[in-house]
Design a protein around this ligand. Structure first.
Ligand SMILES: Cc1ncc(COP(=O)(O)O)c(C=O)c1O
Length: 402
């Protein structure tokens, strides 16, 4: 059926309410077009997007090289299953591995939750001969919505109503090495975490935590799994956020920005762990299809050609400067947490009214954990756009009372 381009937001919303499930809290705006950090709604209103694609739009909307690669590929070969080889998938495995420090080998799927399911299975496959299957994860973490990743997500509010959860997951407070050490037993297979918690509110690990987890894993023969679904692909100024701490993982998971906005997920594992994924142990029909793989290659190429790892650091510094200055005059701001293009501003009040007020002024932002304003801007955001959006946030927060 053709897209008419004639429906207004009201008609689109009415159709969606009738025919789509109601599991999303949506704003009453229907978006039709995007370019860089700008998006337009069905009425032609323009918005500045500081949260493009929930972290998938690491190059903003419709990045030209990704568009070109997808357009070429869609007319050449859209999808073939993994019973065949494709150049794009092989080259993507190489590109991700060469940017890692541990010679990772890749498995591809379509989303973050799927990438983490694969990591959980790989940890169990690896631990099985020694009777190890338990995985330690962290409070405030987020790993996805399918049952394995959801059980790994140590947040009771997401478990409510769908219990019982999977056996074999233990939760430790994020940042507490002693608590982790106490949870390890002979059945523990792995420790899994986001190096910087995203959905949990942009929580940076305390000094020594990531290194301490590696030491515990080495001491007890456990796998260290970094969920880099949100932090990966250069968002924090390094290809993989764990590289900030010089710690080598056993498994890394990726999704969101991996293919510049096209659906794709994956994991990379050390070769001696990856080899446990033997034929028949795991699969994804669409995983690593040529369309997504070409988009991912074009994303990597753009990040490198445009020097965006360095730009992500500059963007983080500019946001940090702006929000630290705002905090000094705005008692509503309790804390500012920034690592490259991951920005959290913790408020002394619910963040939803601020998100709504920004939307009304043409700025798209997010609030997570009720009180933290979260921004995951594109790595090619311009200084003027940062100023324009921060001016809006300044005026909104200065006009609010706790
Ligand atoms: C760190 C992390 N892991 C996993 C996921 C799940 O990804 P997806 O929604 O693509 O399944 C998310 C999504 O927000 C995430 O932030």
């Amino acid at each position: 059926m053709a897209i008419t381009d004639t429906l207004g937001s009201t008609d689109i919303i009415a159709l969606a309410k009738k025919f789509l499930t109601g599991n999303y809290t949506r704003y009453p705006v229907a978006l039709v077009r995007g370019e860089g950090s700008w998006v337009w709604d069905a009425e032609g209103n323009r918005y500045l997007d500081f949260f493009p694609g929930w972290g998938c739009g690491i190059l903003g909307h419709c990045p030209p090289k990704v568009v070109q690669a997808v357009q070429e590929q869609v007319a050449t070969l859209i999808h073939v299953p993994n019973t065949w080889y494709t150049e794009a998938q092989a080259l993507l495995g190489q590109a991700l591995s060469e940017r890692s420090d541990f010679g990772g080998q890749s498995f591809f799927c379509n989303s973050g939750t799927e990438a983490n399911e694969a990591a959980i299975k790989l940890a169990r496959l690896n631990g099985k001969p020694k009777g190890r299957y338990k995985i330690i994860t962290f409070t405030g973490g987020f790993h996805g919505r399918t049952m394995g990743s959801l059980t790994a997500t140590a947040q009771p509010k997401y478990h409510a109503g769908v219990e019982p959860m999977l056996p074999g997951f233990n939760y430790a407070p994020f940042g507490n090495l002693d608590a982790v050490a106490k949870l390890i037993d002979n059945e523990t297979a792995a420790i899994m975490l986001e190096p910087i918690q995203g959905e949990g509110g942009i929580n940076l690990p305390p000094a020594g935590f990531i290194e301490g987890l590696r030491a515990l894993c080495d001491q007890h023969g456990l796998l260290l799994i970094f969920d880099e679904v949100q932090t990966g692909m250069g968002r924090t100024g390094k290809w993989y956020a764990h590289q900030h701490w010089g710690v080598l993982p056993d498994i890394v998971t990726l999704a969101k920005a991996l293919a510049g906005g096209v659906a794709m997920g994956g994991l990379m594992a050390k070769p001696e762990i990856a080899e446990k994924l033997k034929p028949g142990t795991h699969a994804a029909t669409f995983g690593g299809n040529p369309l997504a793989a070409r988009a991912a290659l074009a994303t990597i190429e753009t990040i490198e050609e445009e020097g965006l790892l360095e730009r992500a650091v500059q963007i983080g510094e500019k946001f940090h400067e702006r929000f630290t200055a705002l905090k000094a005059k705005c008692p509503l701001i309790l804390d500012v947490r920034v690592k490259g293009c991951m920005i959290g501003v913790e408020l002394a009040m619910e963040g939803a009214p601020a998100v709504q007020a920004c939307l009304e002024k043409g700025l798209l932002i997010n609030c997570t954990h009720n009180t933290t304003i979260r921004l995951l801007p594109a790595m090619n955001l311009a200084d003027e756009q940062i100023d324009e959006g921060c001016d809006i946030i300044d005026s909104v927060l200065m006009g609010m009372k706790a």
